[in-house]
Each structure stands twice: as C-alpha cells, then as structure tokens.
Design a protein around this ligand. Sequence first.
Ligand SMILES: Cc1ncc(C[n+]2csc(CCOP(=O)(O)OP(=O)(O)O)c2C)c(N)n1
Ligand SMILES: [Mg+2]
Length: 303
Amino acid sequence: MKPANDFLIRDEQVFSGALSCRGCGWSLLVRHLASLLGPDTVYVLPASCFSIISGPYPLAELKANVVHTLFAAAPATATGIRAALDRQGKTKTNVVVLAGDGGTFDIGLQALSGAAARSENIIYIVNNNGAYMNTGIQTSTATPYGAVTTTNPGEGYKKSWPKDLMGIIAAHNLPYAATCSLAFMEDFREKVTRTKNTEGFRLLMIDGPCPPGHKTEPGDSIHIARLAVETRLFPLFEIVRQHYKLTYKPESFLPVEECLKYQGRFRHLFREENKAMLEDIQEHTDNTWNRLLALEKLANVIA
Ligand SMILES: Cc1ncc(C[n+]2csc(CCOP(=O)(O)OP(=O)(O)O)c2C)c(N)n1
Ligand SMILES: [Mg+2]
C-alpha cells in the first residue's frame, strides 16, 4: 500500500474557482488527471458539463490549452490537433478529449470509432454520469436501467439497459482502455500513468458522481462511487488489445440496493410494486460480472 500522501496533487494544473456543482466527481478527477498529465497537454472539450466547468477564455480553469468543439466532433478535432502538433515536432504533447457519456455513447460515437480505428495518438476520457446532465438530465444510452431522467416517457424511468461502451471499444483492438472510479484513487492514478505512457488511441471511462442528476447528497459522492464498485454496478477493469483484466475484485458482493438507495433517481425501485426491477438489476449486474470474469479467463488462456 502506498503512503496516503501519494495522492497529494504536487503539480497543480487547475486554477481555483471551478464552476462545477458541489460534489461533482468529474471536476475532482480532472484535477488529479491534469496533475498527472502535466502542462504539456491540449484538452479538447465537446459540449458537456466540462465546457462550463472549464469556463471560457481567459477564465479557463485548466492551465493547459483548451479547445472547445462541437458535441459530435471531439475525436475528429483531436485528430487535427494531433496532426498539427506532430507536424511541429511536438510529438510528446498529450492530446486529451474530456467528454460526457452523451457525447461518447450517442452523438460522438462515429467520430470516436473513426479515431480509434485509425489508431490516432489521442487520450479519450469519458465521464459517465449516466445522462445529458449539462442540459437538464436527459436520458442517454449510458443511463442505467431504472433511473429517472427528465425524458423517459410513461412512469419516468428508463426501461432499457445501457450500451456496453467498453465492449464496443474492445472491438477496436486498442492498446489500452480502462474503467476508473473516484473512490479508488490509487487504481485511477496507475491507470492514468499507464495511459500516458502508452502510444495510440487510449480510453478511460470514469464513473461520474453527479449530485443534481443522481439526486444525491454532495458529500456522499465518494461513498456512492465506492459502493458502485463494491456492488459491481461499476466494475474496475482494463482492456489491452481485447484482453480483459479486472483490477479490483470485491471480497464480498454487496447487493445493488446498497448503492442505489442513496440515489433519488432510483427511489421508486424501493416501492413494493417495483421489487422485480431491483431483482432484474441484480441479475444483470451478476451476469455482467460473470461475463467479465470469463473474458479475463479467456485472456489468460490465449496470452
Ligand atoms: C448538436 C448538439 N445538440 C445538442 C447540444 C446541447 N447540449 C450541450 S451539452 C449537452 C449534454 C451533454 O451530455 P453529456 O455528453 O452526457 O455530458 P454532461 O453534460 O453529462 O457532462 C447537450 C445536449 C449541442 N451542444 N449540440
Ligand atoms: Mg453525461
């Protein structure tokens, strides 16, 4: 175990005064991320919460160069920036997309797939907060089954399962992709460092606690992020060229309710008539976990 002060930010790369909501997991993680990536980094922001958090020039929160771009176009914009930097001989400069789940799972998916398939030398970070939060909590294809958003017809909660983005990404045969959590900082820092030291298209998906969107207490963000991993609702794993590896295996599996009960967006699931939905979520979580274990085993067999 590393000493606790290993998590201290030594090389601060953000100015004080971010415009994020209280308890925003994303802004805290970007602070750590930016300190690990260092000043020689260009950030590309598609429309999302971070467009606001980062703020307009000259009030930008990040000390590095920031390029705001269209919702669907971040990987394409990053491709152009990479090419221009390479042409200037700045091949070591990091080009980093900071995108939301809507910009990644939905509207930006074709640009993401294109850049990944071309093996562009870019880092892509997706903050999966499970909805289009910046514009008022609309459903995305990352929104969890059962979650209330402002755009679910009928009873108001989502009735389909989220897209397996990491599975889609794995199919692109990337040199490195991983999932990360605010509550597992050592794991996060190791994955960011590995990402930085790998060449080619790399992707990190982060579980993004969002108090206004998830209807949670701002002070509970880290606790809920930890419960998401402990219940296996958000497993931590890496994918190297389609080879899966779980980076954290909870010793005992907490039931999904233990995480969902803190989030107002799932409050209706605790009514007697919706009990079957909670069971569905547990079953889906167990199946996903078993699938990941099988994929990890497969990676060991063919390694
Ligand atoms: C083509 C287009 N459609 C809609 C919008 C409006 N818009 C800006 S940010 C946003 C939500 C982004 O959601 P997500 O990518 O999940 O990021 P988050 O806000 O959750 O950080 C939307 C719909 C836009 N900027 N461009
Ligand atoms: Mg979002």
